[in-house]
Design a protein around this ligand. Structure first.
Ligand code: S1T
Ligand code: MG
Length: 540
């Protein structure tokens, strides 16, 4: 079998569902095989950041491999930020970059697309991937491909494969399916029993779930575990949207000073806090009203279980959850109920629209028509999303890169066929919103809610009175029509409702709601977050 086909079959064997790609001469031979073999469908966008974000979102949504194929140099280096986001947020993306042929470095010339040296790209990618492979030996390629795809899934982090263009047609063997690494039975049993013991002894046990819950497809099992134990559950900020609509005592998202007081107190004063797949980041814990004493917490992430004073290495979270489920018994209940800030329906009148109104309108839409997967960009739309009830939310909530939401939403729809709701600010839309121009040819019809607050509002919130946050008034609704969808200029709450009704009723095209929000008008969550930050800095 040709090495290109070996790679494609290997990707499919390890769970990839599609490829997002943008060609160049160093990857054209592989592109030709992708197209002729049709082993995996592939989709192109206009700019490599979008390729990376779409592959990342597909990986998160499917809890499996995402695949991004780009050319060497200008292509792959254009995508570094998106892969860095996937690395930080533990998303298993396979980066495949074309490269000069193995003999081309002997030409005596500097090659086009190369930067400092021909290895510079590999060196750069070493910083944003967990493993790297240059496919320059067809005799061992099949084993190396199997090993790197297994690492990608086990670590749930991006990997980098460099494919010299003269190797594409080399003969190679099929990629084998390798067994996934398992825990030592004793340490698995001991760590699980110690967790149950700790939760049992605690007066206020609570579970917090984070991104690994999604990456390893554990939501149902963790909801079942929480229900069996009777222990309440919250998500971290990054984990918002997890456990949507599952049957357990789910208290919402932990937002520290910006969240519901009872939930914040329960988490911060818990004597039995179990963190499952939670990244200890500032966005998750940066505005705790009091610093959580992680020495008292149990932290299961990155393939290990950490108690204050000791560690169980090599305990995959999937096995840990299964083991906990097998020994769990009822130990606790709490009477705290979950409250939603935006429980009331949207008021439909001629008032201007606020971000909290948008959350109400979305909650109403989901009650009436069922939930949709949501991708959110960074900015106030992400804080607004905290008040959307029980929706699957995919966002760059820790790495916090703009430009994620539109290509991510398109990637999810291409991968799953499910219509997404995309939340994006005017600033972030100016970065990658143009990819909507591909909706017609890819037959996509997302609904885009564009928070048009006339600038970089989040920056204004933390640094008021600065004019550099002005980014000009663009007619996004008009541009949407030219990009092949339907644009709606929304200035009042009544117009918001009407545009949402029209968008949900028409799935023949994408609908972009250009929602005018007054400068300085922010969501209650961002407002609480900002005052929380001020409060904490005042204490210092
Ligand atoms: N560039 C990129 C690629 N990602 C970023 N996160 C930033 C710059 C910095 C940054 C933010 S929030 C923000 C910027 C520029 C403004 C976002 O503006 P918009 O999309 O209009 O949303 P909103 O107006 O709701 O803020 C984060 C804090 O680093
Ligand atoms: Mg803005």
């Amino acid at each position: 079998m040709k090495l290109a086909e070996t790679l494609l079959h290997g990707l499919k064997l390890y769970g990839a569902k599609e490829i997002f790609a943008l060609p160049g001469d160093f990857i054209l031979p592989f592109f030709k095989v992708m197209e002729e073999s049709n082993i995996l469908p592939f989709y192109t966008f206009s700019h490599e950041p979008a390729i990376g974000f779409a592959a990342d979102a597909s990986a998160r949504y499917n809890s499996g491999l995402g695949v991004a194929v780009v050319t060497y140099g200008a292509g792959a280096l254009n995508m570094v930020n998106a892969v860095a986001c996937a690395y930080s947020e533990k998303s298993p993306v396979v980066v495949i970059s074309g490269a000069p042929g193995t003999e081309e470095n002997k030409s005596g010339y500097l090659l086009h697309h190369q930067t400092k040296t021909l290895d510079s790209q590999l060196e750069i990618y070493k910083e944003v991937t967990v493993a790297q492979l240059i496919l320059n030996d067809p005799r061992t390629a099949h084993e190396e491909i199997a090993k790197i795809l297994r690492i990608c899934l086990e670590e749930s982090r991006p990997v980098y494969i460099e494919f010299p263009r003269n190797m594409v047609s080399e003969e190679s063997q099929p990629v084998p399916m390798l067994p996934i690494k398992t825990a030592m039975p004793d340490s698995l049993k001991e760590s699980a029993e110690e967790i149950i013991r700790t939760l049992k002894q605690a007066k206020n046990p609570i579970m917090m779930v984070g991104v690994e819950t999604r990456r390893y497809g554990l939501e149902d099992k963790i909801a079942e575990l929480a229900k069996k134990l009777g222990v309440p559950v919250v998500t971290s900020f990054m984990g918002s949207g997890l456990l949507a609509e599952l049957d357990c005592q789910f208290l919402g998202t932990y937002l520290g000073l910006a969240g519901q007081d009872e939930v914040t107190n329960l988490v911060e004063n818990s004597d039995g806090l179990l963190l499952l797949g939670v990244i200890l980041s500032d966005t998750n814990f940066g505005i705790s009203s009091k610093r959580i004493d992680m020495r008292k917490a149990i932290h299961a992430t990155d393939g290990q279980v950490k108690f204050g004073s000791h560690l169980y290495p090599e305990i995959p979270i999937t096995e840990l959850v299964d083991k906990l489920l097998s020994i769990a018994e009822p130990i606790h209940t709490t009477d705290i109920e979950r409250r939603f800030l935006q429980q009331e329906p949207l008021i439909i009148d001629e008032e201007k629209v606020s971000p909290d109104d948008i959350a109400c309108a979305i909650n109403d839409l989901f009650v009436k028509h069922g939930t949709m997967p949501i991708t959110s960009d960074v900015g106030d739309c992400l804080f607004t999303a905290m008040n959307i009830k029980d929706a699957e939310l995919i966002a760059s909530a820790y790495y916090v890169t703009m430009g994620f939401a539109v290509p991510a939403g398109m990637g999810i729809e291409l991968s799953s066929g499910t219509r997404p709701l995309i939340l994006v600010g005017d600033g972030a839309f100016q970065m990658t919103g143009w990819e909507l121009g591909h909706c017609r040819r890819h037959n996509l019809k997302p609904i885009i809610l564009l928070f048009n607050n006339d600038g970089w509002e989040m920056l204004r919130t933390f640094q008021p009175d600065e004019h550099y946050c002005e980014i000009g008034k663009w007619s996004f609704a008009k541009l949407a029509n030219d990009l092949g969808g339907k644009g709606h200029l929304v200035k009042t709450r009544a117009e918001l409702q009407a545009a949402m009704d029209e968008a949900i009723a028409d799935d023949s095209q994408f609908h972009l709601l250009d929602i005018i929000i007054e400068k300085g008008c922010i969501s209650s969550t961002l407002d609480n977050y900002a005052s929380g930050i001020m409060q904490l800095s005042a204490k210092k």
